[in-house]
Structure formats: structure tokens, C-alpha cells
Design a protein around this ligand. Structure first.
Ligand SMILES: Cc1cc2nc3c(=O)[nH]c(=O)nc-3n(C[C@H](O)[C@H](O)[C@H](O)COP(=O)(O)OP(=O)(O)OC[C@H]3O[C@@H](n4cnc5c(N)ncnc54)[C@H](O)[C@@H]3O)c2cc1C
Length: 338
């Protein structure tokens, strides 16, 4: 059981800045995200796109913003739990017990939902029998590439992830790349590289094919693919990987008894608490009159929600407002030596 003052759900820009504001006022927090890295939409949807409306930063990319936010919270040693989706919340006395998809458990005084447009979930194969092999030898993301060494891998998809992993894994394994179209949506340089590797027999490229079925008992041992003209092929395979992009789903958040309005969580604007005491919502996932879905609004909401969390974590103490530059305690927390 992980015990901390606040659990932040979502490591997007809003969740990251809220961790900073919690740290400044002396509260500990941990962050859970369903993705494998921090940054939310900025890193997943537009890492290279310029952002022009962060105060005092005339221009930065999604990736630069994320990296700066991570630098800013370094003094607080925030613990991240990636590839975990928060599933269940239970109130036990005056604490919250939280469970994730990976069976991690948290005991916290309050929760800040910074879940954006919901958790990013991989788009899955439409073939029904895929479910029973998922997590065994069928995956939608790669956590440890060493398991693929000297194996035969069938990768499905035509975007950057499918192309990049096909290129990368062709160095250590036999790779089949299967895509339902002739054209690819990934970077042109990667498409050219895949074609070169196909010419050198380092990648077997199958275009205009889709998965038809899988065979195997406990694990997949072959995949049958079907060409758009109806012809089928059976390929022996040790692993199947699907890279079809991500979809966003509010998922379990809908079942927590929160007031939901058009797929967002209603909050007050004093401290961004929801209809449930001790649960706050900030960033794109929250709604109130006049809400602007901009990163800067999420920063403001995170600062106030952090202060709202204080009374749950330290009910016997009073939080006094101080500027960080004049608060000795805040400076100590930031590791500033004078
Ligand atoms: C193409 C594009 C361009 C944009 N350009 C700008 C711009 O120029 N300026 C600007 O200010 N804004 C811009 N935005 C909007 C901005 O990206 C969002 O306002 C911002 O990302 C919201 O941050 P957030 O932290 O609230 O949520 P997100 O960035 O969406 O992060 C939420 C995180 O929560 C995780 N999560 C959700 N549910 C769960 C769960 N149950 N368990 C675990 N993890 C969960 C998700 O995986 C995700 O990583 C743009 C958006 C898009 C799509």
C-alpha cells in the first residue's frame, strides 16, 4: 500500500504543476498515469507543435513544456506510476483507498483528478480471440524489448509506432510488418527505411493485409492474414504487436458518483472540489461556467486545488498564504540555499 497525502490521477501538464503546488505547501503526492510517460496530450498528441500561450514563455513545444514541468518538480521527488489506470475508489473513515489496473493500492487523504479527456487507451484488434492472448504474447505497447530477441514478431499498423518498432526490432528479431493499406501514415523517412529493410529481407512487408484469425492454445503460435482480394496466408509467430493509435476514454471515472456534465466533472471555482468531499478535478476534465480548455487554466486550477487538499492532509494545521520567495519553509522544500 502506497501512503501519501494526495493521489494525482493524470501526469498531463495540469497534474504535473499541481504536484509542484502541493510540494510548495508541504504536501506529498504520487501520480498515476495510464500512459508510459508524463506529458498527457502535449507529449502524446503534439510533442513538436509550438505552444504560444504559456505565460512568460513566448514559444515552446509540447515536449519542452513537459520537460520543464518535470524539472520544476524535481525537488519534491514525486513518485510516478505509469501504465496504470485508476479503477476504484473507496472511502475508508476519513481516507481514500484507491486501486489501479495493475493492482497497485494507495491510501490517501485526497485525490486530484487531472485526467484530461480521459485515459489514453490503445485501439485494439477487432478479432475477438485477441483478448485471450493480450498480455501473454499479444501487446499494444512495448515495455521491455529484450523479450523479442531472436523471435519472430508480427507487427500490425502503418503509423509511426508500427514503423519505428519494425525498424528497431529488425535489429534483434525476425519482423513481419502487416498493414491494411499500401500507403503509410508514419514519417516518410521511416517508410523509406522499412522499404529498404524489406528489400534486404530484414523485414517482411505485407500491405493490403489484415488479421483474419489467430491460432494457439495458451499462446499464439501463428497468425492468419487476409489480403483485400481475399487471399490468405498463415505466418508462424512468437509475438503479435498492434499499433493503431490511441482512443480516449473516461472509463472508470464515470462510476465514482461524481457529477458528470458532457464528459467532464463539475467543480466549484473556489478550490475545484467536486460534489464529493476530498475529490478535486482540474484541467480539461473539469467544468464550471467559463471554463477555458487551455493549459494555463489548468495551472491556476491546480494551485487552488492543492490548497484545497491541505485541510484533508493536515486537519489540525492552518495554511497561511505566503510567497515562495519569502517563505522559509517553501524555500527549504525547493532546496534553495541562501
Ligand atoms: C492538437 C492540440 C493542440 C493543443 N494546443 C494547445 C496550445 O497551443 N495551448 C494550450 O494551452 N492548450 C493546447 N491544447 C490543449 C491542451 O493540450 C490541454 O488543455 C491540456 O493537455 C490539458 O491538460 P490536462 O493535464 O488537464 O490533461 P491531459 O494533457 O489530457 O493529461 C491527462 C492524463 O491523464 C491520464 N488519465 C486519464 N484518466 C486516467 C485514469 N483513470 N488513470 C490513469 N491515468 C489517467 C491520461 O492518460 C493523460 O496522460 C491543445 C490540444 C490539442 C489536442
Amino acid at each position: 500500500m502506497n501512503k501519501t497525502d494526495v493521489l494525482i490521477i493524470g501526469a498531463g501538464p495540469t497534474g504535473l504543476f499541481c504536484a509542484h503546488q502541493l510540494g510548495i505547501i508541504g504536501l506529498s503526492c504520487e501520480i498515476v498515469d495510464n500512459l508510459d510517460k508524463a506529458g498527457g496530450q502535449c507529449i502524446e498528441l503534439y510533442p513538436d507543435k509550438p505552444i504560444y500561450d504559456i505565460p512568460a514563455i513566448p514559444e515552446c513545444t509540447g515536449e519542452e513544456l513537459t520537460s520543464n514541468l518535470l524539472n520544476q518538480i524535481k525537488p519534491f521527488n514525486v513518485k510516478f506510476h505509469f501504465n496504470e489506470r485508476v479503477e476504484k475508489l473507496n472511502k475508508i473513515k476519513d481516507r481514500w483507498h484507491v486501486k489501479t489496473s495493475g493492482k497497485k493500492e494507495f491510501d490517501v487523504a485526497s485525490i486530484v483528478i487531472a485526467g484530461g479527456v480521459g485515459s489514453f487507451e490503445p485501439r485494439k484488434f477487432p478479432v475477438k480471440e485477441c483478448e485471450k492472448f493480450e498480455g501473454k504474447n499479444l501487446f499494444y505497447s512495448i515495455k521491455d524489448k529484450s523479450i523479442f530477441k531472436n523471435k519472430e514478431i508480427s507487427i500490425f499498423g502503418g503509423g509511426d509506432s508500427a514503423l519505428d518498432w519494425a525498424i528497431e526490432l529488425s535489429n534483434i528479431s525476425k519482423v513481419n510488418l502487416i498493414h491494411r493499406r499500401d500507403g503509410f501514415s508514419g514519417a516518410e523517412s521511416s517508410v523509406q527505411k522499412v522499404k529498404e529493410l524489406n528489400d534486404k529481407n530484414k523485414i517482411n512487408l505485407y500491405t493490403k493485409y489484415q488479421m483474419k484469425s489467430l491460432s494457439g492454445d495458451n499462446k499464439i503460435n501463428a497468425v492468419t492474414i487476409r489480403h483485400e482480394d481475399g487471399e490468405t496466408k498463415e505466418i508462424k509467430t512468437d509475438y503479435v504487436l498492434g499499433f493503431f493509435g490511441l482512443i480516449m476514454q473516461l472509463g472508470p471515472i464515470l462510476d465514482w458518483g461524481l457529477n458528470i456534465n458532457k464528459k467532464t466533472v463539475e467543480v466549484n471555482t473556489e478550490n475545484f472540489e467536486t460534489n464529493i468531499n476530498g475529490i478535486f478535478a482540474i484541467g480539461d476534465i473539469c467544468s464550471y461556467p467559463g471554463k477555458l480548455k487551455l493549459i494555463l487554466s489548468g495551472f491556476h486550477e491546480g494551485a487552488l486545488a492543492a490548497r484545497g487538499c491541505f485541510k484533508y492532509a493536515k486537519p489540525d494545521e492552518k495554511l497561511r498564504f505566503e510567497f515562495t520567495t519569502t517563505s522559509k519553509a517553501a524555500q527549504e522544500r525547493l532546496g534553495i540555499k541562501k
